[in-house]
Design a protein. Sequence first.
Length: 498
Amino acid sequence: MPQSLTRNPPRKLPDHTPVLVGIGTATRHEQDFTRALEPMDLMLEAVHAAGLDSGSAMSLAGSQYIAVPRGRWAYSNPAGDIARVVGAKDATTVLASVGVLQQTLIGEACARIARGETHTALVAGADAGYRLLRAQIAGQQPAEREQGDAPDIYLAPKDELRHAAEKRAGLKMPVGLYAIMESAFRAKQGWSIALHRQRLAELGERFSRIAVANPHAWQRTALDAGFIRDASERNPLQAFPYTRAHCSTWNVDQAAALLFCSVARAQELGIARSRWIFPLASTESNHMVALSARADLAACPGARIAGRAALDGAGLTAQDIDLVDLYSCFPLAVQVYAEALGLSLERELTVTGGMPFAGGPYNNYVLQATCRAAELMRASQGRTALVSSVSGVLTKQGFGLWSVDAPEQGLVHADVSDAVARDVRTFDVLDDFSGPATVAGYTVLHGRGQQARGVALVDTAAGQRAIATTDDVALIERMQLEEFVGRSVQVDSNRLLP
């Protein structure tokens, strides 16, 4: 942490320099789903908060680019509704499908300003998962307003995020896929299963304590490592070694909005210089490889390459960064990103408390984290912040680099997908396999009222990959007590033999 957190003396900046001038969040805990805000209203609450935060009554009406990442709602053009409400008549409206990095929208908003195409941009998102949950418990379906128009721009991923073989093996939810990667990471580090489980629990405990200090967090109660580590009725196993407390809490009603202006526009509106946060870099990799086809399950080249592009472009190292928020849907994402950046797992790696505790609104968390990072920088808790982004099953990677100080050079806005594609090795994934193999990664899936099920990604002698499963109770028990990564096994028609 720098000795002095006072801002550097202002200097003349290019008019097109992008600045974050307004942040807004909304968190609701309404038990009665009929009284809870629907996602669009949560989003509008965050948008209005961002406008107020900027200190200019005219800031929102000038929005020329409004982008929204899709949540668990059916709106056809939420950015259009925002534009109508705030009076931004000429705004270009954008809707991004699941599978598009949230950082992509943030980066494009900043880049449009840097190119002189736009003077004001807004990125907002919301999810009302708690409202959905409360309605489901009541056997009801919550109402949503209808939208009949379409956005000017619709963004969607080019490929499927999942391999067909993964779906056939019953890997329907991300938790099982992340747990498979988690086992490979454990083996790579040389940790025993017991040590690994303890390390994950201690990481979670630290995150939960940071959430206590975050006024926007969904859960502001610290959990001890023992509770997080050990399965219980309140904290059941999801996919070994993950209990519920390791996983993103997505049944939350949360929204966030980021308001950007050019320096010239911010000065014209009279927005105080003390509100400005500068985007130094926005980098991303959109090279998509399904988990089961990745040769190395324990590494993330996209995080390494995109992270280096952001830091090198700004003339910084990872150790120079004061505030870090690593995407935390599951512990593996935090650990792999930290390794890729050269960050110690012992330092603070979240500003919010992480997705299991601060809340992980569906496809909106990066906006929440960026708001919190900006809030902390304004409060002199750090000069710089790095916020990471993930899409899919660690499929795409992104970074936003921020500072209270103006950049020495222009915004770094880079897509490093081609470089990542050259770096990533892949395997062909077999639909059906029998024979000897070596376990590359595995987990045991647990579901309420369901029999536990073992799933393993295995490497064949021919250099191919297959997915093997087992319902054998004794084998499943051993898989949770003994290290199976690297073990030689026999597979018969995709069944893992005892």
